[in-house]
Design a protein around this ligand. Sequence first.
Ligand code: GLV
Ligand code: GLV
Length: 338
Amino acid sequence: MTADVFVTRDIPEAGLDIIREHYSTDVWEDEGPPSQETIMERAERCIGLVTLLSDRITAPVMDALPRLRAIAQYAVGYDNIDIEAATRRGIIVTNTPGVLTETTADLTWALLMATARRVVEADRYVRTGQWKVAWGPKMLLGVDVHGATLGIIGMGRIGAAVARRATGFGMKVIYTSRHETKTTRQVEAETGAERRELPELLSEADFVSIHVPLTEETRGMIGADEIRRMKAGAVLVNTSRGAVVDERALVEALKTGHLRAAGLDVFESEPLGQDSPLLSLPNVVLTPHVGSASVATRTKMATLCAENLIAALSGRVPPNIVNPEAMDIHRKVSDSGQ
Ligand code: GLV
Ligand code: GLV
């Protein structure tokens, strides 16, 4: 197969149509990811790659693809790609920010509400025939969302969208952010959110929701010490990246009851193993990394991803370039006709 572009999964047709208009396109046919070896073989002659989070695009993979000029990631996060290695080779990397912000904030709220009010546990209660008394004064008691304090770790686009929703519930919003930004100023003005250092946020919040990308700095950021700092009976929600949280420490805190509950869409290892201790905890709501999974958003992500790819391959600066430093090298390599 000598296509120009290799797409590592069957993304929505809207995106594939755009790519096919410009380039011969080879789409990986399985639901699971192709191995690194498969990518190296199938994309050997390709100038463009469309990748997902589960494709590890390392320097050796790039070296096996000598004609590669652009990697268009179908996600906002791109911790699966060695960005520095791509930049050195003049390979443009793009992502799909913005379009999935509100959809991911919606799921964050679904997990927050579900854990606070024990929605999944209650559903199981009904289905498994445990509902024998019509109305119980102490049946399935949860905690209030309204009026509680929401701690948002990482005030980027998604963190901000989560904060805005909190105003409808009359919550107090506190957040951490490395820097003051246009977003943090806007959110403060709109929601009255207040910035905190991480330790303070952890000890003040009733609900803690994580919205940082996975980097060397954020890996394991919420470990045993941080969890200990959280209020007794607090709830943790994570729709960012699993590896930001020490999962073992989290399981411990959920078992002892220090944490009331957790709502998790992301895990240290995905898919979550059937031997994970999380599966046996009743106070955890688990979803399979579906933060951006609405029909409309996945379609927009596909279109944006395709537009980024086409722009990069035709020498324009793509709307969502992750490594603008690569542009100069990219142009030189392209001009030399390699
Ligand atoms: C999903 O996790 C994404 O980064 O888009
Ligand atoms: C990315 O960090 C986002 O919040 O969209």
